[in-house]
Design a protein around this ligand. Structure first.
Ligand code: HEC
Ligand code: HEC
Ligand code: HEC
Ligand code: HEC
Length: 210
């Protein structure tokens, strides 16, 4: 949401700036001139005016109906998997699909076999589920797009955090309400702030950097 606002404001600002520069301070003149030109084009029924209006309307339409809703949602995944549906509505535990979060450094992505435990029976012929079969039959791991990042030299261990009963949502946000995960790049401040509050190890080299 905030990105949309920032984008809209900066676009508007840019347009106004360009107009002001182009009009060299006589901004009002620019607008009245522009209005007059448009009016005469319109009233003379000149094709140029019509084309201009059509282009403007199309651009506006595309922006509001296609671009706008897409700003701020997560990356497209190879299969249109939704956490909101599976973890939210169907209340499947995170643990079922990411079983190693509490037991090892890597939480793990569910292999496609696991999806097929259900989807051999549920909506088995849905086009997105057919993709699962393709991955399964060709023995290719699903190329899920990674969305949560950290700087490469940082050591992060899920197990240590889960053991302390820190909820997944503390770091990953309201996953259960997202269709596509929006993800984020974790900054050091985020880690350090909580480590300070919880009196966890905040020693740079011993704890996180190696
Ligand atoms: C525990 C059972 C279960 C598992 C495991 C499961 N799903 Fe589903 N999935 C469902 C149910 C239930 C639906 C809803 C079906 C419906 O709409 O009738 C669904 C729907 C879907 C849909 C269709 C969504 C839509 O927009 O209609 C996709 C795609 C999907 N699942 C992908 C996956 C993938 C990929 C995995 C493995 C990571 C997976 N599912 C694992 C139960 C499961
Ligand atoms: C039915 C299986 C299923 C369940 C249940 C599930 N996930 Fe996932 N999860 C996936 C799949 C498939 C992906 C990869 C596709 C994607 O990112 O949407 C994924 C990706 C993720 C990622 C992104 C990792 C990255 O690539 O950076 C996080 C974080 C995550 N899940 C957290 C959770 C949490 C928290 C819950 C419980 C609220 C949960 N998941 C429940 C299947 C599941
Ligand atoms: C203290 C913060 C924190 C908590 C709590 C947390 N995660 Fe993560 N998670 C991260 C970070 C940081 C990464 C990125 C790690 C990386 O890039 O190596 C990540 C990555 C992931 C990934 C992607 C792993 C991959 O191989 O790409 C999954 C899946 C995931 N988390 C699931 C979960 C689940 C499920 C829970 C709850 C049981 C959980 N996380 C709790 C911080 C957290
Ligand atoms: C919500 C709070 C919270 C956040 C956010 C958090 N941590 Fe932690 N972390 C903890 C707690 C509490 C411990 C202590 C666990 C223990 O004592 O076993 C810990 C322990 C660790 C340890 C083990 C330290 C040791 O003593 O060896 C590492 C490494 C670590 N965290 C890295 C990270 C990184 C990297 C991030 C940011 C991506 C992060 N943590 C974000 C709460 C947090």
């Amino acid at each position: 949401m905030i990105e949309v606002l920032i984008l809209s404001f900066s676009l508007t600002g840019l347009v106004i700036g360009v107009i002001l520069v182009a009009a060299r301070g006589k901004a009002m003149l620019f607008f009245t001139d522009f209005g007059e030109t448009m009016k005469s084009l319109w009233s003379n029924r000149q094709p140029l005016g019509w084309i201009f209006c059509c282009v403007l309307l199309t651009a506006g339409f595309l922006f509001f109906f296609y671009l706008w809703p897409n700003i701020g949602i997560g990356a497209a995944q190879p299969i249109a998997f939704s956490h909101r549906l599976h973890a939210g509505h169907k209340a499947i535990a995170c643990d079922y699909c990411h079983p190693y979060a509490g037991r090892s450094i890597h939480p793990g992505m569910p292999p496609v076999e696991k999806c097929l435990h259900c989807h051999n029976y549920i909506i088995a012929n849905h086009p997105e589920i057919r993709k699962e079969h393709d991955y399964f039959n060709s023995q290719t791991p699903t190329p899920w797009v990674k969305v949560y990042y950290m700087a490469e030299h940082v050591v992060f261990n899920h197990q240590r955090h889960i053991k302390k009963e820190i909820a997944c949502e503390t770091c990953h946000g309201q996953v259960k309400q997202m269709d596509r995960l929006k993800g984020q790049r974790f900054k050091m401040g985020f880690c350090v702030q909580c480590h300070r509050q919880n009196e966890a190890n905040a020693d740079c080299w011993l704890a996180c950097h190696s």
